[in-house]
Design a protein around this ligand. Structure first.
Ligand SMILES: Nc1ncnc2c1ncn2[C@@H]1O[C@H](COP(=O)(O)OP(=O)(O)OP(=O)(O)O)[C@@H](O)[C@H]1O
Ligand SMILES: N[C@@H](CCO)C(=O)O
Length: 317
C-alpha cells in the first residue's frame, strides 16, 4: 500500500515596515478588507529528486533569473543545513504575489512563508522564537541589514514592536483603515537605506524617542488622538521622500482629503494613508489609483491589520 505524501502550504501576509514612527522597530501586517489575500505562498512537498523550486504568480517574472538566488531556496538550504538534513527530497513552489522592491515586505513574506513551511513540513523542530531569529537573519542577507520590522508582523500578525529579546504585539486601533498604494516601480531597500545618514542630530534622536514612546503609550491606552499626533517619520522620510516619484504631492493631497496620517511603507515606493472610516478610505484609494499608480504593475488596497500573520495548511497529496 503506498503512503500518502505530505504537503504543507503557507501564506505570509504583506507588511509595512517602520509605520513612520518606529524606524526598523515597528511593523504591521496587512489584510485587504475585500478578503483577497495580499502575500506570498510557499508550498512544500516530498519529492524523489534534489531540492527544487518552481516560481509562479503575478510577480514571478521579476524574481532573480537564477533560481539559486531566490531567497526561498536559500531559506530551505539554510534550514536543512542547520538541521543536519540532506538537500534532497523536497519540491518547493513559490506563489509570488507581492511586487519586489515595493515596500510591502516582499522578500520578508517569501522568507516567512518558506521557513514556516519547511519547519512545519518537518514537524516544527524550531520554536517560534528560533524561527523568527532565523527569518531576520535570512531577510538581512538580501535587504542590506538585519531588521525585523517586516518579518515579525508577517510571521506573528498585527502591529509588532521589536525588543531586545523578541517582538511584542501592540494593540492597534480597530477603527483605522490602512490604504496602501504601490506605484508599480521598484526601489531597492539596500539603496533606500544608503540614502540615510549614519548619525542623527541629537534633537532628531530625542524627537524620535519621544514620538515612539508616545505612540506605544497611546496604543496601550487606546488614545487615538495622541497616536495620530505622533505618527510621523523624522528618521527616514526626510531623506527618502524626494526619491519616491509623486510621493510628496500624494501625501499633501491625502492630507487635504482628511487622512490623519500618511507615510512611506517600509523603504517605499508604497505609501500608506490612515483613514478613520470606509468613505475616507475609498476616497483615498480612488485618488491613489488615479494619481499615484504609474503602470499595470501597481496596486491599491484598503486594508485592516492582519491579526493572524502566517497561516499554515497541511494536506496529503
Ligand atoms: N522570493 C523573493 N522575493 C523577493 N525578492 C527576492 C526573492 N528572492 C530573491 N529576491 C531578491 O531579493 C532582493 C529584494 O530586494 P528588496 O529587499 O529591495 O525588496 P523587497 O523585500 O521586495 O523590499 P520591501 O521590503 O521594500 O518590499 C531583490 O534583489 C530580489 O531580486
Ligand atoms: N525598516 C526598513 C524596512 C524596509 O522594508 C527600512 O526602512 O529600510
Amino acid at each position: 500500500m503506498s503512503q500518502a505524501k505530505q504537503r504543507v502550504s503557507v501564506y505570509a501576509p504583506a507588511s509595512m515596515g517602520n509605520v513612520s514612527v518606529g524606524f526598523d522597530l515597528l511593523g504591521a501586517a496587512l489584510a485587504p478588507v475585500d478578503g483577497e489575500p495580499l502575500g506570498d505562498r510557499v508550498h512544500v512537498e516530498a519529492s524523489d529528486g534534489p531540492l527544487s523550486l518552481e516560481c509562479v504568480g503575478p510577480y514571478a517574472d521579476l524574481l532573480p533569473g537564477n533560481v539559486a538566488d531566490n531567497i526561498v531556496l536559500r531559506c530551505a538550504r539554510h534550514f536543512l543545513q542547520q538541521q543536519g538534513k540532506p538537500e534532497q527530497g523536497l519540491a518547493l513552489t513559490l506563489e509570488k504575489n507581492l511586487p519586489i522592491g515595493s515596500g510591502l515586505g516582499s522578500s520578508a513574506s517569501s522568507v516567512v512563508a518558506a521557513l514556516a513551511a519547511v519547519n512545519a513540513f518537518f514537524d516544527s523542530p524550531l520554536s517560534p522564537q528560533e524561527l523568527l531569529v532565523m527569518m531576520g537573519e535570512l531577510e538581512g542577507q538580501i535587504s542590506g541589514s538585519v531588521h525585523y520590522d517586516n518579518v515579525a508582523p508577517s510571521y506573528l500578525g498585527g502591529l509588532q514592536l521589536m525588543q531586545q529579546d523578541g517582538a511584542r504585539a501592540l494593540p492597534g486601533f480597530n477603527a483605522w483603515y490602512w490604504v496602501v498604494a504601490y506605484p508599480g516601480i521598484t526601489l531597492s531597500t539596500a539603496k533606500m537605506r544608503a540614502l540615510l545618514p549614519t548619525e542623527l542630530p541629537l534633537a532628531t534622536a530625542l524627537r524620535f524617542g519621544q514620538q515612539l514612546a508616545s505612540f506605544v503609550d497611546a496604543c496601550h491606552r487606546q488614545d487615538e488622538a495622541q497616536a495620530l499626533a505622533v505618527l510621523k517619520d523624522v528618521v527616514a522620510e526626510p531623506y527618502r521622500a524626494a526619491h519616491i516619484p509623486g510621493y510628496q504631492a500624494a501625501r499633501d493631497k491625502l492630507q487635504a482629503l482628511g487622512c490623519p496620517a500618511v507615510g512611506i511603507s517600509g523603504s517605499g515606493p508604497t505609501l500608506f494613508a490612515v483613514a478613520g472610516d470606509k468613505t475616507q478610505a475609498e476616497a483615498a484609494a480612488r485618488y491613489l489609483q488615479q494619481h499615484y499608480v504609474l503602470n499595470a504593475r501597481g496596486l491599491v488596497r484598503i486594508c485592516k491589520l492582519d491579526p493572524v500573520g502566517v497561516q499554515v495548511e497541511r494536506g496529503a497529496m
